[in-house]
Design a protein. Sequence first.
Length: 291
Amino acid sequence: MPTFTALTTLTGREKAHALGDALEALQPEPTGVGVFEVEDGSGVWEVGAYFTETPDQAGLAILATMHDAKPFAVSELPEQDWVAKVRRELAPVEAGRFFVYGSHDTDKLPGDRIPLLIEAAMAFGTGHHGTTLGCLRAFDALLETGFVPQNAIDVGCGTAVLAMAAAHVSPNVVLASDIDPVAVDVASANVAANGLTGRVISLVAMGMDDAAIQSAAPFDLIFANILKGPLIALAPDLAKATEDGGFVILSGILNEQADEVIDVYTRNGFNLIERQMIVDWTTLCMRRNGA
């Protein structure tokens, strides 16, 4: 059965939810309607509907105009093909010196930014989510202090966007690991697409439990953009794997969870350097004692 999507963006929570409610009454009826905030602090919301029949494009155009939204992008998708939707809808993201984009936005590349090409696929990390964006901003802030990573790893790498950011400024190879083989395949493809083959090594690993990771330790920079539970469980291992004076950039942390994560990492020998919030998510930059 074909699936049709109708997607748009607009500014403001109330407008977005009002448009979502209006979509529910459209004929033919959508099988589902979603209203989501783009978690970059911009105030932009994405509204989408899924249909099993061709949607009424004239009706969609009227709704978009009434609710001050961009025109709906309507597509027929294979089952579960949300990748095409992401490719079409997500705009480039700037995070300090870094510019995250899809191939459809190659013409928008600024000459004074480090480009990170990410083709949407079944792995986390396009730069739009508050956690990935927070990590890139935290890394950029570190670089502003004069720090240059010599031995970095991206744990739970997803698309490997953070590993690739590090590889652009580090003189040495960067590791990118994930528990999910699909994510590692995606990471490897992104690394190749960015011309970083040999500069980023992608591997399947559970946390720090891998011979290649252990032999490469200690690291002066560890990205871990995962979730609160795994971050807390990994704290002792990350402490052992971080050199004295080295940094960890942690995210995947809801704002209300941040104090607990800070406490655990402080007890494992880290000092808080920076704490930033983007919508619902907190990113932490912490430094290993001994600097």
